[in-house]
Ligand binder design. Structure first.
Ligand code: NAI
Length: 334
């Protein structure tokens, strides 16, 4: 199979070179993402590897089918950049990577939690400015806290495992409780979780039900001085409500790797003062917050796993015409 690969980074080329022997594929690499303006650059390819910056509209799918492309494989869990109805309509197939390295996201989650609990930003700024005192730096130990995990799926359970290592008391809530998570913590009602947790971790998908799960009402249920950590999806959080809660002291810290309107700046170089969202700017600039630009997944292990599953998907299509990871109409996670 000859495959055109979008979004490849220089340090990933070796993985594709190795794959030529292992899978019997040949590759070509494209710099500009696949979209209506660039689809005419596709020639003589059976398969295409996509990334989330591609925009695979119906027009693109139609043109790809006319150009002989049969299989698409996105190197991501999310697939909302692909018009899957069009993929079906034109007789193509598209697979995704439903999950990869939950450890990568869980480790980043703990990193962010500790950074907030130990006043990492303030400490860093103080030292940078020559202030080597301890003023305002007294922290809290994760192992002495009660943590509430909302969403006890693959990533939630991995965070629970790590929290157990610290000796943290772990509570969980999930609309679909599972036996594996029961071994890692105690399921309680959502209200109890909010009332008892010193630190709340969000590990659930963004759905109609979970949109603005953290809002004025749920923040009111939380312990005074609680910490919130969100490495799942920005839309889970009403950020204006969180900002108010930080200002009032209801929350003592907020760590976030995702933000509802992050498309304006994530994966771009843009000075903070040029970002138009005043709530983001206010949150970002506070001493009691930690922000990372949707990078929780971004480790060598996770990237290797994403590439491997993507290539396995294409091999499965080549040998059977089908793939167990064919995407679902509603798209995937991230
Ligand atoms: P998963 O599907 O294994 O687990 C999700 C869990 O959340 C399930 O047990 C489900 O029953 C539960 N759930 C569904 N609705 C809920 C609700 N309203 N409240 C509480 N729990 C609910 O998914 P996985 O792999 O653990 O991923 C979780 C989320 O992490 C993804 O949906 C995605 O948004 C986010 N993610 C973030 C990444 C990053 O780089 N920041 C990378 C990958 C995923």
């Amino acid at each position: 199979m000859h495959i055109r690969v979008y979004g490849v980074q220089a340090d990933e080329l070796a993985a594709y070179e190795k794959a030529e022997g292992k899978y019997g594929f040949t590759f070509e690499f494209a710099e500009a993402p696949l979209n209506e303006d660039t689809v005419d650059q596709v020639h003589n390819c059976d398969g295409i590897i996509l990334v989330t910056t591609c925009n695979v509209t119906e027009k693109v799918v139609k043109e790809l089918s006319e150009r002989g492309v049969k299989y698409l494989a996105t190197r991501s869990a999310g697939s909302d950049h692909v018009d899957y109805d069009a993929v079906v309509k034109y007789g193509l197939h598209c697979a995704n990577v439903p999950f990869y390295a939950p450890e990568a996201i869980a480790e980043h989650t703990i990193l962010m939690a500790l950074w907030v609990l130990r006043h990492g930003k303030k400490s860093y700024e103080m030292v940078k400015s020559g202030d080597f005192t301890m003023k305002g730096l007294k922290g809290r130990q994760l192992g002495q806290l009660t943590a509430g995990v909302l969403g006890t799926g693959r990533i939630g359970r991995t965070t629970m495992t790590l929290l157990n290592g610290f000796g943290t008391k772990v509570l969980g809530w999930d609309p679909y409780p599972n036996a594996a998570a029961e071994k890692l913590g105690t399921y309680v009602s959502k209200e109890e979780l909010f009332a008892q947790s010193d630190i709340v971790f969000l590990h659930c998908p963004l759905t109609d039900d979970s949109y603005h799960l953290i809002c004025d009402e749920t923040l009111a249920l939380m312990k005074p001085g609680a910490v919130l950590v969100n490495t799942a999806r920005g839309g889970l959080v009403d950020h204006a409500a969180v900002l108010k809660a930080l200002e009032s002291g209801k929350l003592s810290g907020f760590a976030f790797d995702v933000y509802e309107n992050e498309a304006e700046f994530v994966r771009k170089k843009l000075p903070v003062d040029q970002i138009s969202d005043p709530v983001f700017k206010a949150l970002f600039q506070r001493e009691d917050t930690a922000y990372s630009a949707h990078v929780a997944f971004y480790t060598d292990g996770a990237i290797n796993s994403m590439i491997e599953v993507t290539l396995d998907n294409l091999k499965e299509y080549e040998t059977t015409g089908q793939c167990r990871n064919e995407i679902k109409v509603e798209g995937g996670a991230v």
